[in-house]
Write a protein that binds this ligand. Structure first.
Ligand code: AR6
Length: 175
């Protein structure tokens, strides 16, 4: 599914984000930038040790924020490491922190003249955020940003399987 916001494209696809041919991919990182499983593990495996070296130098990233490294040997030139919240039922400020992780990732892109960026569904794996609650927050935040920032030309959500895709598709139709 693909929509246009001002002059920018917002697209939902099913796939593996490590294979993306775009300028920047976003990682679902932890606040220690220590690597781990899920999309984080896959990005470090595919991108090689240089990304972890840069993460160690940066040292960490608070929940709701994002930092940028090179893409190592990935096709993408940059990796933006975003730290989403752990889901504790939805009443602990999770939505604000999730929105902030998307916003700050987009800010890192704007600051680095990155026009095309691909996101995974932050916080919806190990951090336990339900897809149907995370999807509207993620999509609304990106749409708001694109309305105000025409320097970003394309945002793609790379969803890992049909369930994730369906949740995002249904949330996008509802916005
Ligand atoms: N491409 C796209 N999406 C993927 C891929 C992939 N290759 N692999 C998994 N996903 P998670 P979180 C989806 O657990 O919940 C790590 O250990 C997955 O299906 O990667 O933010 C970090 O180090 C899910 O929908 O991230 C942190 O400690 C989504 O990506 C912690 O997990 C996010 O799942 C972060 O947890």
């Amino acid at each position: 599914m693909k929509i246009t916001i001002n002059n920018s494209i917002l697209e939902l696809v099913v796939g593996d984000i490590t294979k993306e041919e775009t300028e920047a991919i976003v990682n679902a990182a932890n606040s220690g930038l220590r690597g781990g499983g899920g999309v984080d593990g896959a990005i470090h495996r595919a991108g090689g040790p240089q990304i972890m070296e840069e993460c160690r130098k940066i040292g960490g990233c608070p929940t709701g924020n994002a930092v940028i490294t090179s893409g190592g040997c990935l096709k993408a030139k940059y990796v933006i490491h975003a730290v989403g919240p752990v889901y504790h039922g939805g009443e602990m400020g999770e939505a604000e922190l999730l929105a902030s992780a998307y916003q700050n990732s987009l800010k890192r892109a704007s600051e680095n003249s990155i026009r095309n960026i691909s996101f995974p569904s932050l916080s919806t794996g190990a951090y336990g955020y339900p897809f149907d609650e995370a999807a509207p927050v993620a999509l609304k935040t990106v749409i708001e940003y694109l309305k105000r920032h025409d320097e970003i030309g394309q945002v793609r959500f790379v969803l890992f399987g049909a369930d994730a895709y369906r949740a995002y598709e249904s949330a996008l139709r509802g916005i």
